[in-house]
Design a protein around this ligand. Structure first.
Ligand SMILES: [Zn+2]
Ligand SMILES: [Zn+2]
Length: 375
């Protein structure tokens, strides 16, 4: 009799759980923009991907097909190796997607992603400081990967790093797997939903980024670190570079265009699985000149900063100066007179009913740096 009662309660609980999860999944949708929200100067891509050339599950050709189905303009493979010559040789236009490849180097301080370099004659050094110098000498740039994961970054003195990862999806999924346990079955039905639920606010990364920016300009990246589940991950975290001309059909030119935007910080990051983020802009105005994200402005008078989030989704925009919010607004168009020197960047939070946590930035801009004119 007791056994029967236990079984009944268990089945009832499973039923309630299944009902609850089905309700959440049925209600979930990615907020999509009307097709008019396109600009040939804004492209979308995914950064930090592993293929079968290191510990990823699929070959670059298959990954490119998935990227094409996900309407991506470009992807950046970052297979392990110092560098990974095979992975790099797989670059090119595939399935209408620009497939670029850098490498994820193992160095004494942690993992360092190298992009846009000319091929070296031999391996890069395993000392971070030397590797960054070698990459730069070959016209490339370096990004500190997942600084707070199991493979932690040990900081040392700041050298010429170009970027730092702010969100690394792989690290979050591994570190906070307990958070996502109630949503695990959703991985089979609506993996995008389950992945969104696994994201947490990258508090430590944001703090470290602001601190580093007080010393030296450095750009922030949303990184997938995808090894599998390419399809849902490709809509989860995206980079949105802003180009000077529409993306070329010529591989070498297109490659230079994407890397030029990334190495100069002329891009923003977004969690596009929650809502499409196209059309966001953050710029400064100096006389007739429009100053893009990533730039340093030397000024002796206040600079006007502009933020435009033309998407119709409910959102709150924060302008952050040296790590502190100086403005919060629910408006689509914002102007701010920046009288103080320092680092200015933008975070946008979704106010829609989304599985994305309320404290996780949906859009993260790169900064504009204002420096005082030396007398
Ligand atoms: Zn790594
Ligand atoms: Zn990786």
């Amino acid at each position: 009799m007791k056994k029967k009662k236990f079984l009944f309660i268990l089945l009832a609980l499973i039923f309630i759980y299944a009902l609850w999860l089905s309700f959440l999944l049925l209600r979930f949708k990615t907020y999509k923009l009307p097709s008019t929200y396109t600009s040939p100067l804004e492209i979308e891509g995914v950064y930090h991907i592993h293929s079968t050339f290191s510990d990823g599950q699929k070959h670059p050709d298959i990954i490119a097909r998935v990227a094409s189905l996900s309407s991506l303009d470009f992807i950046i493979l970052t297979d392990h190796g110092n560098p990974n010559f095979e992975s790099i040789s797989s670059q090119g236009w595939k399935e209408g997607v620009l497939v670029l490849a850098g490498s994820e180097l193992s160095v004494n301080r942690g993992h360092l992603v190298a992009l846009g370099f000319n091929l070296p004659d031999s391996n890069f050094s395993q000392t971070a400081e030397e590797a960054v110098y070698q990459i730069k000498a070959l016209k490339g740039f370096s990004i500190i990967a997942h600084p707070f994961s199991k493979v932690q970054w040990s900081w040392g003195e700041f050298i010429d790093y170009s970027g730092i990862e702010i969100i690394n999806a792989d690290t979050m999924l591994k570190k906070d797997i307990h958070r996502s346990l109630p949503y695990l079955p959703a991985l089979l039905i609506k993996p995008k939903y389950a992945l969104l639920k696994m994201l947490v606010r990258p508090e430590k990364n944001l703090k470290r980024w602001d601190f580093l920016n007080s010393q030296h300009p450095i750009f922030g990246y949303f990184s997938t670190d995808a090894h599998r589940l390419y399809r849902p991950v490709f809509s989860l975290l995206r980079l949105h570079p802003l180009l000077k001309n529409p993306l070329s059909k010529d591989f070498e030119t297109a490659k230079c265009q994407v890397y030029d935007a990334l190495r100069k910080g002329r891009f923003f990051n977004a969690i596009d699985a929650a809502a499409q983020a196209k059309g966001f802009r953050f710029w400064g105005e100096k006389g007739e000149k429009r100053i893009q994200m990533g730039k340093t402005i030397v000024a002796d008078s206040p600079i006007k900063l502009h933020i435009e989030t033309s998407s119709p989704f409910a959102k709150e925009t924060l302008l952050i100066h040296n790590g502190k919010a100086v403005l919060r607004s629910l408006k689509n168009t914002i102007s701010y007179e920046a009288a103080l020197a320092g680092t200015y960047r933008v975070e946008v939070y979704l106010k829609e009913k989304s599985p994305l946590g309320k404290n996780i930035p949906w859009i993260l801009s790169n900064p504009i740096f204002i420096r005082e004119k030396k007398q």
